[in-house]
Ligand binder design. Structure first.
Ligand SMILES: C[C@@](CO)(OP(=O)(O)O)[C@H](O)COP(=O)(O)OP(=O)(O)OC[C@H]1O[C@@H](n2ccc(N)nc2=O)[C@H](O)[C@@H]1O
Ligand SMILES: Nc1ncnc2c1ncn2[C@@H]1O[C@H](COP(=O)(O)OP(=O)(O)O)[C@@H](O)[C@H]1O
Length: 301
């Protein structure tokens, strides 16, 4: 059996830091969605566990033991062993298309894809292990990447509520090719905690979503700009593009997103920005306003 799974970019449409736990982790309120682009994880049977990496951002990411894909595989194997269930090996191949350490959860999405794919390859009985629990041990973004659908995220990332209906909308993702450390950004945050920004009703169209999001913020934007001022330049450039409805940073940065009402506008915006800033990573994709399937039901061999 050969499986191919999508590990899609996670976008925090807004992110409020609403408190802090005694262990230093921050309590968040965030609307998380997925863009229809991301990494690919191929999984083939093998006696041993191996990982190889290719793709445009593959060179910057070692296939070492601390890679989240291998950590996820080992965490799943350990959870199975604790239940006297056997884990076999697997040959994993990651095609890295998302910039690393960039606020769009690439590593978390890869790890989620590994957990989902390996439970299938190893024929783990339904409900035998709690993937969200295993995932949370690997990172606060893992549970939402496993849920893979638009969600309000609470706690440190483990409390998920389905988002109300969201409209069709196009996203332009821009990274100035700087990596930002998540702990450093949280540490640099100053000031009072925010109130939650979530709402209940569905939003009918792209301008309505942008207007609703404009009443929220990403509380990590200012500290991230303090660390990497180029993020401020990215936001200004996005805001000047014709048709841009909203520009904001995702997660702890440095990737920012612009929202656009239709595919033609976002294509033109991407083309214009690539001319103005040829060194930036620029990608456009529709936001997925429903489940973002890993496609693991469709083995391709
Ligand atoms: C900020 C967010 C928003 O979705 O996204 P990214 O910027 O990573 O994409 C996430 O909360 C990041 O999740 P993740 O990248 O999995 O973080 P983890 O590995 O669990 O934590 C890295 C470090 O970030 C800080 N951290 C993380 C999550 C959280 N709720 N509070 C924190 O204070 C802690 O210092 C922690 O040691
Ligand atoms: N498969 C992976 N893809 C991306 N980053 C990984 C992976 N495995 C480990 N990492 C490490 O995890 C950290 C977070 O990466 P990533 O998930 O891409 O960013 P973010 O948490 O900012 O959204 C980085 O420091 C990176 O080196």
């Amino acid at each position: 059996m050969l499986l191919t799974l999508h590990a899609r970019a996670k976008i925090n449409l807004y992110l409020h830091v609403v408190g802090k736990r005694a262990d230093g982790y921050h309590l968040l309120d965030s609307l998380v969605v997925f863009a229809d682009l991301g990494d690919a994880l191929r999984i083939a049977p093998s006696r041993t566990l191996t990982l190889s990496i290719d793709g445009p951002f593959g060179a910057g990411l070692p296939a070492s033991d601390d890679n989240l894909v291998l950590r996820a595989a080992r965490a799943l194997a350990a959870a199975l062993a604790a239940k006297n269930l056997r884990a076999e090996g697997a040959a994993l191949r990651l095609t890295k298309r998302l910039p690393v350490a960039s606020g769009i959860g690439g590593g978390s999405a890869d790890a989620a894809a590994a957990l989902v794919g390996l439970t299938r390859l190893w024929r783990v009985p339904e409900g035998a292990v709690d993937l969200a629990q295993i995932g949370l041990g690997l990172g606060a973004d893992l549970p939402v990447c496993l849920a893979a659908r638009p969600s309000f995220m609470g706690g440190i990332g483990e409390i998920l509520d389905p988002a109300p209906a969201l409209p069709n909308i196009q996203m332009l993702l821009v990274n100035p090719r700087v990596g930002v450390s998540t702990p450093a950004v949280f540490k640099a945050r100053r000031g009072a905690f925010s109130a939650p920004g979530r709402w209940r009703d569905g939003l009918g169209d792209a301008p309505a979503l942008a207007a609703r999001l404009a009443r929220c913020a990403n509380d990590l934007e200012a500290p991230a700009i303090g660390i990497e001022p180029v993020i401020g330049e990215v936001l200004t450039a996005l805001r000047h593009l014709p048709g841009n409805l909203l520009a904001r940073m995702s997660g702890s940065g440095a990737t920012c997103f612009g929202l656009f009402a239709n595919a033609e506008e976002v294509r033109e915006a991407a083309a214009r920005l690539s001319v103005e800033h040829p060194s930036w990573w620029i990608a456009s994709a529709p936001m997925l306003n429903g489940p973002a399937a890993f496609d693991h039901d469709a083995p391709d061999a």
